[in-house]
Design a protein around this ligand. Structure first.
Ligand code: PRP
Ligand code: URA
Length: 220
């Protein structure tokens, strides 16, 4: 499957090792949160490899030389709830980043995103936004968040997720072809509408990891 030049699935062995532990149904919330944090840090490293730099003078114990400093202000934009767990790992890499929360939940019947929190200031305060959400299923939540950020005036936006369904990748890259997408894995498909009470609900990623919010916060 070709999702175009802006989709970057990770091939890093540490990411793939940790992702396997994350998927495991027996992984408890504490370990699950640690893994989300660690995978996010590794994906954050990959997603920031083209950030702009400016030259700055630096004095070492031995000499004056020229070094580099990040030239752009970065905004981390976690989609509540599940995106929250991705903030700390990436923030550690870029402690000067701003964090702007967007609250969306997916309506269980329609699978459409419903916004419940947005406190973005009137005009943008950052040059690069990293949208954080572990799961890209239908793509509705990610598309809605990028819509919000573009309306806000954000010029450069990247999506950083952990597992994506092909359906969500197609939808996001079609709606926002200028957005880079960094993910740990592209899975097989989404669950169809249930035909018996034993079936899982519609719109879950298979094989996936279940509900990323519930597994982090112990609410499932
Ligand atoms: C999950 C996930 C994404 C969304 C993905 O959130 O964290 O935000 O679903 O699905 P989509 O690509 O079809 O929009 P959920 O709505 O379950 O909310 P939660 O994070 O609060 O649990
Ligand atoms: N949200 C999740 O948390 N998991 C899925 O598989 C799909 C949406």
């Amino acid at each position: 499957m070709d999702f175009g030049p802006r989709v970057f699935p990770s091939s890093h062995p540490l990411v793939l090792h940790k992702l396997t532990l994350l998927r495991d149904v027996n992984t408890e919330p504490k370990k699950f949160r640690e893994l989300v944090r660690e995978i996010s840090m590794l994906l954050g490293y990959e997603a920031t490899r083209d950030l702009a730099l400016k030259q700055v003078p630096v004095t070492t114990p031995l000499a004056e030389t020229t070094g580099y400093s990040l030239a752009e202000k970065i905004g981390l934009v976690p989609i509540l709830r599940a995106g929250l767990g991705m903030v700390d790992g990436i923030w550690e890499l870029m402690p000067g980043a701003e964090v702007w929360h967007i609250g969306l939940y997916r309506d269980h019947k329609t699978l459409q995103p419903v916004q419940y929190y947005n406190k973005l200031p009137v005009s943008p305060t950052v040059q690069v936004c990293l949208v954080l959400d572990p799961m890209l299923a239908t793509g509705g939540s990610a598309i809605a968040t990028v819509d919000i950020l573009k309306k806000w005036g954000a010029k450069r936006i990247k999506f950083v997720g952990i597992i994506a369904a092909p359906e969500g990748l197609h939808a996001l890259t079609k709606a926002h072809p200028d957005v880079d997408v960094h993910i740990a894995a592209i899975d097989d498909h989404l669950t169809p509408p249930p035909s018996s009470p034993d079936d899982p609900p519609e719109g879950y990623i298979v094989p996936g990891l279940g509900d990323a919010g519930d597994r982090q916060f112990g609410t499932g």
